[in-house]
Design a protein around this ligand. Structure first.
Ligand SMILES: [Zn+2]
Length: 133
């Protein structure tokens, strides 16, 4: 295994939301580190040293593994281990603070969007759905 390629592939899978791939690659990295394999460079500053990259790789792989698993375990792909912060993908209005309330209020297409900077979920609010009809 090339840990550098695996690291970049895991990050790419994360940004695509390819959760099965995230799980496979995170597990491969953790297994590699457990066998004292050299870590990938996690940032473009090699002077940080191997120990830095080992710790960052392990933490990121465990984080990615837990979140990808939580997405796949929920029937609607809504991981319960992250705060439910919802924004409308069309008008940027904020949604209810729970998934149950958002569904009850008519929000549709709610998806975990971990690459957003200020919310964890995107959906379409009832107002925008009415405008689309
Ligand atoms: Zn909206």
């Amino acid at each position: 295994m090339d840990p550098q390629i695996t690291w970049h592939s895991m990050l790419a899978a994360w940004t695509r939301g390819d959760w099965l791939e995230v799980i496979d690659l995170a597990e491969a990295l953790l297994e590699w580190l457990d066998k004292d394999g050299f870590p990938p460079k996690t940032v473009a500053a090699p002077e940080l040293g191997a120990q830095w990259h080992r710790v960052v790789t392990g933490a990121a792989a465990k984080f990615a593994l837990a979140h990808a698993t939580a997405v796949l375990e929920h029937p609607d792909g809504v991981p319960t281990i992250v705060a439910f912060t919802l924004t409308c993908a069309h008008c940027n209005s904020e949604g209810p603070t729970t998934y149950t309330l958002a569904k009850r209020n008519g929000w549709k297409g709610i998806q975990y969007s971990p690459t957003e900077m200020s919310e964890n979920f995107l959906g379409v609010c009832p107002t925008c759905q009415a405008e689309d009809d």
